[in-house]
Design a protein around this ligand. Structure first.
Ligand code: SF4
Length: 118
C-alpha cells in the first residue's frame, strides 16, 4: 500500500510517498529526516495541533482562542472540540494559561492564546 501526502513539518511541504510492505514502512520524496518521521506517524497514528475558541466570561470578547500544546491523535479531535465548546473561560486570563490539563490522558494540555483583561 502506498499513500501520497504532503509533509507539514515545515513550510517547504515536500510531496512524499509512504509505502507499507508488511512490517516495513518506507518514505520517499522527503528532503530531511523529519519527513520520514512525519510520513510514518501519519500512516500509523496521525496527529494534529487543534485550534479552537471557547466561550469567555468577559465584557470584551464572547469567545477566546485556544490551542493544544502538542499534536493530539485525530481520533480524539471531535471529542476535544465538543469539550472545548462547553468550557467557559473566566476573565481575566493570561495568554498561555492552561484551561485543560492532560486531555484524555494524552499528556497534552490546552492553553489560551490571547490575554483577556476583563
Ligand atoms: S521533509 Fe523536511 S524539508 Fe520536506 S517538508 Fe518535511 S520537514 Fe520540511
Amino acid at each position: 500500500m502506498t499513500k501520497e501526502m504532503i509533509c507539514i513539518s515545515c513550510p517547504i511541504g515536500c510531496h512524499i510517498e509512504v509505502t507499507r510492505n508488511q512490517d516495513e514502512i518506507t518514505v520517499r520524496g522527503n528532503k530531511c529526516s523529519r519527513g520520514e518521521i512525519y510520513g510514518k506517524e501519519e500512516l500509523l497514528s496521525p496527529k494534529r495541533v487543534v485550534t479552537a475558541t471557547c466561550p469567555a466570561d468577559s465584557i470584551l470578547m464572547a469567545r477566546i482562542p485556544v490551542k493544544t500544546t502538542r499534536p493530539i491523535g485525530k481520533e480524539l479531535i471531535n471529542s476535544l472540540l465538543e469539550d472545548l465548546y462547553k468550557t467557559r473561560v473566566q476573565a481575566p486570563v493570561q495568554c498561555g494559561a492552561v484551561i485543560m490539563e492532560n486531555y484524555a490522558g494524552t499528556g497534552v494540555d490546552v492553553v489560551v492564546t490571547k490575554s483577556l483583561s476583563s
